[in-house]
Design a protein around this ligand. Structure first.
Ligand SMILES: NC(=O)c1ccc[n+]([C@@H]2O[C@H](COP(=O)([O-])OP(=O)(O)OC[C@H]3O[C@@H](n4cnc5c(N)ncnc54)[C@H](O)[C@@H]3O)[C@@H](O)[C@H]2O)c1
Length: 360
């Protein structure tokens, strides 16, 4: 039985509590939230008699060392919460984004390496049977040279997303970008992104964008998205199409995966019946703790999905393409400077030795 500390008892934290509760091999040892009342209520609703505290430090100071920590706080709190756990030797599975900035993600990658403690991000939409069937069909045709995803939704969230400068790119697009890395099995090299605000948009910031990424293997990934598109909305996974040497494949973002080679018959690919979303992300993480392979959201890999967001935003602001080596170099310089200022020479030295993205 592994003991879990769950930090962040908001909407997603509660979804994680229910995910943990479905596992017979996990037990929640403490719930942490700045609002202790929220933590207590969430625990009470589940019939859990566990300590509820306000800070991760309090949770780590009481009782035995937990086996893992789930970081489901707001993005701006991710770095501090994950860092405290890693420094205490507690592996962390964090909600996306691992941090809002690549510079902070580099610091976390370095701290994870120094402490020898696993840090991974849960990119729940990567764990979709439909996406896996799509990727496998694309691979069977020789791999995509041209990949496109269309994401059109119209949520009326209210709250912080309505006020953000780049709500679509910063809060949502990381899912689609991460899925593209999964399908292509390659890393991005450069991006040109045009972000804008349709006249009828109800967001303050740019809620629509077109972006073209160039990947290291030469593939192009085109993204078109909007969060203010009334009518004919796509799946929250987007609608996908890939062109490969052997044929083309599309995916409606749910369960329909179609493949056609030349003028041959259209073949339906049946997604496997397997765990998805949070359950799959957690299973993969626990498997790694048992000595299995690194989870697909391990920080040194997942940082590329975060960099896709940062590079797209940089391109949208400058009006010019952004190169990933430059995005990483700037982030590394900022990380080294702030680590030195904080007196953390070990982190500064390690990130300086990378000079950019962590070694793969
Ligand atoms: N994978 C997905 O599909 C998906 C969907 C929604 C949200 N998310 C992510 O989940 C995370 C949480 O989102 P949410 O919608 O639950 O937010 P929320 O605002 O509902 O809840 C966040 C909770 O964290 C608490 N908190 C903030 N700072 C804290 C700190 N330092 N220590 C302890 N508690 C702290 C807040 O009090 C709040 O209760 C975000 O990173 C978000 O991007 C992911």
């Amino acid at each position: 039985m592994r003991q879990v500390v769950l930090v962040g008892a908001g909407a997603m934290g509660r979804a994680w509590m229910d995910t943990v509760a479905r596992r017979p091999d996990l037990r929640v040892g403490a719930v942490v939230d700045l609002s202790v009342a929220s933590a207590q209520q969430a625990a009470r609703e589940r019939g859990w008699d566990v300590p509820c505290v306000a800070t991760v430090e309090q949770a780590l100071a009481t009782g035995d060392r937990p086996d893992l920590l789930l970081n489901v706080t707001v993005p701006d709190a991710h770095r501090a919460v994950s860092e405290a756990a890693l420094r205490a030797g507690v592996p962390v599975l964090s909600e996306k984004p691992v941090t809002p900035r690549v510079a902070d993600a580099l610091a976390l990658a370095a701290i994870s390496e120094q402490c020898g403690t696993l840090l991974a991000t849960s990119q729940s939409r990567r764990h979709s049977p439909g996406l896996r069937a799509f990727r496998d069909a694309v691979a069977a045709y020789g791999g995509a040279a041209q990949l496109d995803a269309a994401f059109f939704q119209n949520p009326r969230f209210g709250g912080f997303r309505d006020e953000m400068e780049s709500p679509l790119l910063v809060d949502m697009a990381i899912h689609t970008f991460d899925q593209a890395r999964f399908v292509l099995g390659s890393e991005p090299e450069s991006v040109f992104c045009d972000e804008f605000s349709p006249p009828w948009s109800w967001y303050r910031g740019g809620a629509a964008a077109h972006a073209v990424f160039r990947f290291e293997d030469g593939a192009r990934f085109g993204y078109s998205g909007s969060w203010c598109a009334d009518g004919l909305t796509t799946s929250w996974n987007g609608a996908w199409r890939a062109s490969a040497a052997g044929g083309s494949v599309d995916w409606d973002g749910e369960t329909s995966v179609r493949a056609q080679d030349g003028d041959g018959p259209v073949r339906m690919r049946q997604p496997a019946d397997e765990p998805e979303g949070l359950d799959a992300a957690l299973a993969e993480f626990l498997d790694a703790l048992e000595g299995g392979p690194a989870p697909s959201g391990e920080i040194r890999s997942n940082i590329w999905s975060l960099a896709m967001v940062e590079a797209a935003v940089a391109s949208a602001r400058s009006g010019a393409p952004a190169r990933f080596d430059e995005v990483f170099a700037q982030a590394a310089a900022a990380c080294v400077e702030s680590a030195r200022t904080a007196g953390d020479d070990a982190t500064a030295d390690l990130v300086a030795s990378w000079g950019g993205a962590p070694p793969r």
